[in-house]
Design a protein around this ligand. Structure first.
Ligand code: UD1
Length: 372
């Protein structure tokens, strides 16, 4: 590296924050230990404002020790077209003013695709962290975001070998692909001590290894009245046998309210507000079972070797099934799948390689190596 490298890092929605935190920390660490007079990495953190509630955004900045964003586009909610367009409009001005050497986007949310598109048109280089994941289900908005982002980004930084295979099948040149590992796990490892001090179990009167931790927010599960009603009925039945703790995403809550079903919690079906990062890690480590449709929770369960049932017909994270503790399920097969889980040991599966807490270093190595 001959001069300072300006790296603009984009965060938009809740699952992005645990992916940018390790990058910000690693840049600060490298700058602090660089010999005086040697070139610096200059980070610029941009929050698009896709998620804006305290419980969906700010709490993660506080818990993960992410510095306040240098720029907040404040786009908020909207249809996909509106949200994507607003991020693009705001981000174009930022790029023209900042002229970064690299833009780093993470994950698969609308902010990821929007910022990548802007850079592709401006000729600014983009690195995509968590590239190459595919569910092969284009009904998922995230799949469209992944495909377009990976088609346009210059450097595709992948979490696992299956992602490299997907990209090769799409004809991506090897020179654009780097296997760096799973950056979510950097945050997990870094926050484990604090997660283990969480009081969330006591606050909601659940015992270690004796509750089900539920998170559900995917449009395919919650945006249609029938599927949401079937899910809520299944959770209610389940809760007769095992306490269920369900921190509810605002999207799910809104759908329940708008459809007239209402949010009906009981003593054993505990429906609570979204929880912070440390509480969520604590709930995942100590649950007897995680039931989810989130990508991040499939990975975190695999790290803790906590059994996970994913309420989806597919996953873009197959390594969590082949090696890890995850299994796909449906409302129809849920009861049987649950009994199978309870017959098996408390901890199952293996942690994939390069889920080692050092991915941010490998990301920065790749950016520095590719230079300005
Ligand atoms: C987004 C991501 C999804 C990710 C999820 C995690 C896309 C396409 N989807 O979905 O991949 O798994 O975040 O949360 O980018 N809302 C609030 N407060 C907020 C944010 C949202 O109340 O801070 C409500 C709004 O009513 C909004 C709805 O939740 O319309 C959905 O938010 P949106 O950002 O559109 O998508 P998510 O479902 O959160």
């Amino acid at each position: 590296m001959s001069q300072s490298l300006k790296i603009l890092i984009v965060a938009g929605a809740r699952p992005n924050f645990m992916k940018v935190a390790p990058l910000m920390k690693c840049i600060a660490r490298r700058n602090a230990s660089a010999p005086s007079g040697s070139p610096r990495l200059t980070p610029v953190l941009v929050h698009t404002g896709q998620h804006y509630d305290h419980k969906m955004s700010e709490i993660f900045f506080q818990e993960l020790g992410i510095p306040a964003p240098d720029i907040n586009l404040g786009v908020g909610s909207g249809s996909h077209a509106v949200q994507t367009a607003q991020v693009m409009t705001g981000f174009e001005g930022v790029c023209l003013e900042q002229r970064p050497d690299w833009v780093v986007v993470v994950g698969d949310v609308n902010s990821t695709i929007a910022c990548t598109l802007v850079c592709a048109k401006l000729g600014i280089r983009v690195a995509h962290v968590e590239a190459g994941l595919r569910s092969y289900d284009r009904a998922m908005p995230e799949e469209i975001n992944r495909l377009v982002t990976d088609a346009l980004a210059d450097l595709l930084l992948t979490p696992s070998e299956d992602a490299n295979d997907n990209l090769r099948r799409e004809g991506v040149a090897e020179s654009r692909i780097r296997l760096v590992g799973n950056i979510m796990i950097d945050s997990l490892v870094d926050n484990l001590d604090q997660a283990r001090r969480s009081k969330i179990l006591e606050s909601h009167s659940v015992q270690r290894d004796a509750y089900i931790y539920v998170t559900l927010h995917r449009p395919s599960n919650v945006d249609h009245r029938e599927s949401l009603a079937a899910i809520m009925a299944a959770l209610e039945r389940l809760s007769h046998d095992y306490p269920v703790l369900f921190p509810m995403h605002p999207r799910t809550r809104k759908m329940l309210e708008d459809s007239g079903m209402g949010v009906r919690a009981t003593d054993s079906l505990k429906i609570i507000e979204p929880v912070g990062y440390h509480d969520s890690l604590c709930l995942t480590e100590h649950a007897r079972l995680v039931l989810t449709d989130s990508g991040g929770l499939q990975e975190e369960s695999t790290y803790f070797r906590t059994p996970c049932l994913t309420l989806r017909p597919n996953t873009e994270r197959p390594v969590t099934v082949t090696l890890g503790s995850n299994k796909l399920t449906t409302i129809g097969s849920l009861t049987q799948d649950l009994h199978d889980v309870f017959r098996r040991p408390r901890r199952i599966g293996e942690v994939p390689s390069l889920w080692d807490g050092r991915t941010a270093d490998r990301v920065l190595d790749a950016l520095v190596l590719c230079g300005r």
